[in-house]
Design a protein around this ligand. Sequence first.
Ligand code: ATP
Length: 310
Amino acid sequence: MTQSVHRSAGVTVRAAAKINLHLGVGAPRADGFHPLATVFQAVGLCDDVTVSADEPWEIQVSTPSWMPDGAVPTDASNLVARAADLLSRHHDVPLGGRVAIDKAIPVAGGLAGGSANGAAALVALDRAFDLATSDDDLLALAAELGSDVPFALVGGTALGRGRGELLDHVADGGTWWWVMVPSAEGLSTPDVYRHHDRLRPDAPVEPEVPHALLEALAAGEPLALARHLHNDLEAAAVDLRPELGELIARGESEGALRGMVSGSGPTVVFLAESADHARDLAGALMRGGHDVVLVANGAVAGAHVVTSYA
Ligand code: ATP
């Protein structure tokens, strides 16, 4: 049976990019997924998703000039379309509307931009159609949508287990400044995992929780955090794209506390000591020939409404 729903005309929801302060990857499970022990942090580089409920169904994407055109699909494969489909089936109501995605998060960059859009779409559609989905149900739908989508909903800093969808809050005592350098061309996450499996046939069944990193986070101490940042996928990403290793070395020689590949890459993130340090480092990298260098701090909130109009 199809119910009728009240709709409010427009809602804009903002959702942030994530970086993995730690990404421990185990041997692939029988279902093909890799068990993870990861520490996510949401950083202030955000996409906005606006649902206009009274318009016909359509996905529009706008991107900054430095992003390649056409990188984000506007068909049923877009995560916002899949989010709409899941939510519609969950409530047994038809959901329509124009969905405008305003992108700032690099596509296929290891920053979970698609997941941020999926999380934002779940919240925006829920509010625009007054569905009152419970938080638990939203989290379950998010986990169905993708491993990184639950974190995009909750934001902050969190420990992720399972495929990354099982989240625990962690103490975070700092304001962390990041300088991010995207690549002109994305890296396929499955390709990086496959390469990692080839490089690490000895990966553990269950990766370990990074206790020393969690202590550094709680203490809010940048030098300690820098020492404990770790990404198991970095070797695979750098092997596929050797220039990422050169970029990490360049950023560290310019004074970054530490550089690392974000998630499956190819975005490289550098930890800075302060806002001023981040700005100086970004300037040095730009003078060194990197046209697009982004600065953001963390942790920031998960998917949240920024505008709502009737
Ligand atoms: P992940 O590590 O979760 O794969 P990522 O940051 O490396 O994330 P995304 O920006 O999420 O990569 O994009 C991965 C692929 O997902 C893109 O190549 C694109 O084809 C597809 N995609 C589907 N929906 C979206 C969306 N709304 N925004 C960006 N990419 C999307």
